[in-house]
Design a protein around this ligand. Structure first.
Ligand code: CO8
Length: 259
């Protein structure tokens, strides 16, 4: 499908979704969010795609929700807008395919929240992160108050959210908000390299690992262990498990079933 505000490309079994409103630093308005939801649904269903990379055109990843659209919203409209973004970001977090954020520039407010809903964040050295919402008179609204403390701990999350401070990529790496920092030129190559490495593994095992982590993280340890045990057991019913272990014993590369 063609989108007005998004570009979608494919490289082998990896899809690259880029926000394409560089004039407003890829700010998220309702139209963009609706397109994003459609694109996510499309990618979820596409059996030729194993991994999704999300990035932005120009100097921003996403500089937040669109302030010009939000300014005149009523309390109810604000809530509905928050709900729309939060629902889509949760879909990204829970989709079976791994999602890598290749953060090329500003990831502020809703942009930082979007990056946090991805499984892995790789930042270009010029990337900037922050939750500047309180400076606009609002709280983070696309689950920033929930994902940031889970990623960086309570104290750092409270500091970032209460001050609205913007931090650079190195600081984001130091506090655990991003997995790694690379030069701007290397960013997409690095994201693609990681995506292809993930895609070369058994996709059912990757999918089950993601499910075990996502489901287990919100449970007590023993319940989480049960979830893992069930998914681990299910792997033994797959051809991939037989192939992966046979290939190891035969000292050759595994040929996992693609779909
Ligand atoms: N919304 C709308 N327009 C934006 C946004 C945005 N978030 N960010 C940038 N723009 C626009 C600017 O207005 C400007 O437009 P114009 O050219 O027409 O003046 C254009 O993009 C370029 O921006 P700048 O000239 O400001 O570029 P600079 O390089 O000087 O500055 C900054 C870059 C520092 C990123 C700056 O643009 C900035 O501070 N942007 C706003 C960042 C921000 O506050 N983001 C958080 C927004 S709130 C949010 O995301 C809430 C999420 C949850 C919503 C829940 C709803 C209930």
């Amino acid at each position: 499908m063609d989108y007005k505000n998004l570009l979608i490309k494919k490289q082998d079994d990896v899809a690259i979704l880029s926000f394409n409103r560089p004039k407003v630093l890829n700010a998220l308005n309702t139209d963009v969010l609706i397109e994003l939801e459609q694109a996510i649904e499309e990618i979820k269903e596409d059996e030729t795609i194993d991994v999704l990379i999300i990035t932005g055109e120009g100097k921003a990843f996403v500089a937040g929700a669109d302030i010009s659209e939000m300014r005149d919203k009523t309390a109810e409209e604000g809530r509905n807008f928050g709900e729309l973004g939060a629902r889509i970001f949760r879909k990204i977090e829970l989709m079976e395919k791994p999602v890598i954020a290749a953060v090329n520039g500003f990831a502020l407010g809703g942009g930082c929240e979007l990056a946090m809903s991805c499984d892995i964040r790789i930042a270009g050295e010029k990337a900037k992160f922050g939750q500047p919402e309180v400076g606009l008179g609002i709280t983070p609204g696309f689950a920033g108050t929930q994902r940031l403390p889970r990623l960086v701990g309570l104290a750092k999350a409270k500091e970032l959210i209460f001050t609205g401070d913007i931090i650079d990529a190195k600081e984001a790496e130091k506090i655990g908000l991003v997995n790694k920092v690379v030069s701007g030129e290397e960013l997409m190559d690095e994201a693609l390299k990681m995506a292809k490495k993930i895609a070369s593994n058994g996709q059912i095992a990757v999918k089950y690992s993601k499910a075990a982590i996502n489901r287990g993280i919100n449970c007590d340890f023993d319940t989480a262990n049960e979830i893992e045990k069930d998914l681990f057991g299910l792997c033994f019913a797959t051809e991939d498990q037989k192939e992966g272990m046979t290939a190891f014993l035969e000292k050759r590369k595994p040929m996992f079933k693609k779909k």
